[in-house]
Design a protein around this ligand. Structure first.
Ligand code: ZN
Length: 347
């Protein structure tokens, strides 16, 4: 599946010309740096308030929900670019920003394999992309077998989304590390500095999330704050990644897909959402501009709104399906209908 088709060469040329004409690099600029500082300090501020305010389960719950919003924003806006090498032209800075995930208790090493190597290679193909593999819990692709309970997946999957980060931190990372496998893909186990980052990241996370609050308040209060922040943050994270791909518009017949180039597959299996909603673009770190992100993962998200019209116009010129849901609500509805359809006996 080659990406260097005439279509992609033309698109790539126009995008590179855009940056060259303005004397810009495609990596993070002052907007990304300010945003990184803002989201990090917001998360730190909420956490500090949790530590210094008098403890109660109510304050732990309220501040935990706020922390979830801030931590999810941090994950969307800093390590995603860093792990794609899009934050900086300096490799060490990309590694540092990518490792923000480790400080949050999630292995950046294993995530790079799952996200960069498997999801980005061929989104929505369940033989490669593990983001569509929630079997047997849910059927997210027509190529997967249907079980009777999938009939209700459009209802029960939403609360399950909240568990995605907790499972990742305490189950998935360890299972993947010990098996040397992510889903059905073999991956090299982390070694040397990567293994050190894995272990130190988990230890640091346990300290700031459980040990310090337990010493100041109590273990019960610490767990309440953890659950509130990570159930809310998990829900936001799952939604952000599902809405760009797990919708009816983003699926194509496997036989037709076999004849498509890499770039065409990326466009057909990706849907932008709410592109003119500045708050959505700001908060979700440009994940609503999935088409640009998949075609040019080396571009930092702050540039997506400027690059997206180029992708849209070149795609239309070539008759390659650029797809968009114009509003956030429309794309939520599309995700709901797709879950319903895949779960129904006729789906
Ligand atoms: Zn990505």
């Amino acid at each position: 599946m080659s990406g260097r088709t005439a279509f992609y060469r033309e698109l790539d040329g126009e995008v590179r010309a855009f940056f060259a004409a303005r004397g810009l690099t495609a990596t993070a600029d002052w907007r990304a740096h300010w945003k990184a500082a803002f989201v990090t300090l917001s998360a730190a501020l909420v956490y500090s308030l949790f530590l210094v305010l008098p403890a109660s389960y109510g304050t732990a719950l309220a501040l935990g929900l706020l922390a979830g919003v801030a931590l999810a924003a941090t994950a969307f806006n800093i390590p995603h670019d860093g792990n794609h090498g899009a934050y900086s032209t300096q490799r060490w800075l990309n590694r540092c920003t990518g490792s923000v995930l480790d400080l949050m208790g999630m292995s950046s090493y294993l995530w790079r394999w799952k996200h960069n190597a498997f999801h980005h290679r061929k989104p929505n193909d369940p033989s490669i992309d593990l983001d569509v593999d929630l079997m047997p819990l849910a059927r997210l692709s027509p190529q997967q077998p249907r079980h009777w309970f999938h009939r209700y997946q459009h209802i029960y999957l939403w609360p399950c989304y909240s568990l995605v980060i907790i499972k990742w931190q305490f189950v998935d990372d360890f299972v993947r590390l010990f098996r040397g496998q992510i889903g059905h893909h073999q991956v090299p186990r982390p070694r040397n500095s990567e293994l050190a980052i894995f272990i130190l990241g988990k230890a640091f996370f346990i300290c700031w999330m459980f040990l310090v609050p337990s010493l100041i308040h109590s273990f019960g209060i610490a767990v309440t704050f953890y659950l509130a922040s990570h159930l809310s943050g998990g829900f936001l994270s799952a939604i952000a990644f599902q809405l760009g791909h797990c919708v009816g518009e983003a699926h194509e017949d496997p036989e037709a897909a076999a004849g498509h180039s890499w770039a065409e597959h990326q466009l057909r299996c990706t849907v932008d959402f709410a592109p003119s909603n500045r708050l959505v673009a700001w908060y979700f770190g440009g994940l609503n501009f999935q088409a640009v992100h998949h075609l040019f993962p080396w571009i930092c998200h702050v540039h997506y709104p400027s690059v997206s019209p180029i992708v849209e116009s070149v795609s239309r010129r070539w008759g390659v399906g650029y797809q968009v849901n114009r509003s956030f609500l429309a794309t939520l509805g599309s995700h709901y209908r797709w879950l319903h359809r895949l779960g129904s006996p006729a789906g």
